[in-house]
Design a protein around this ligand. Structure first.
Ligand code: FES
Length: 149
């Protein structure tokens, strides 16, 4: 059972991978371990979020902070400010998600995503595509279950 208090989702899609997202994952893992946070904060490589031009993309939950154009050298600031002190790094946020000094919008409320109704890719960028338990937790195989029962 995953008892993490936070999740860092790093896009592992083709565009973000070509923009060095694997190095960002390694930086998160190293920085979290250095702060003793490796059991509290989980780093997950996801599929493409769909906004490749702004990659590498990192989303931090539970806040849903949507960081864009993240560089490996930005990771220590995200870990120190956001994950350790609870202060979202505004300079890296997708600007449309900023409501005011205290609040941010969810991704589903921004123009790019609110017009989309993803069907086959609805969990892309949300779950770890290599973890079948996450897929099942998000309703995976429900249709197969209906057919068989
Ligand atoms: S590859 Fe990262 S958003 Fe598409």
């Amino acid at each position: 059972m995953d008892l993490a208090r936070g999740h860092v989702l790093v896009c592992g899609g083709t565009g973000c991978t070509s923009s060095n997202s694997q190095k960002i994952i390694e930086e998160f893992e190293a920085n979290l371990a250095a702060k003793g946070l490796q059991d509290e904060i989980k780093v997950i490589r996801t599929g493409c979020f769909g906004l490749c031009a702004l990659g590498p993309i990192v989303i931090v939950y539970p806040e849903g902070a949507f960081y864009t154009l993240v560089k490996p050298e930005d990771v220590s600031e995200i870990v120190e400010e956001h994950l350790l002190k609870g202060r979202i790094v505004k300079r890296l946020l997708y600007q449309e998600t900023i409501v005011d000094d205290e609040n941010i919008k969810s991704l589903n409320e921004i123009d790019f995503y609110k017009k989309q109704d993803r069907i086959a890719l609805k969990n892309c960028g949300v779950i770890n595509p290599e973890n079948i338990e996450e897929y099942i937790a998000f309703g995976g195989y429900t249709a197969l279950g209906k057919v068989l029962t």
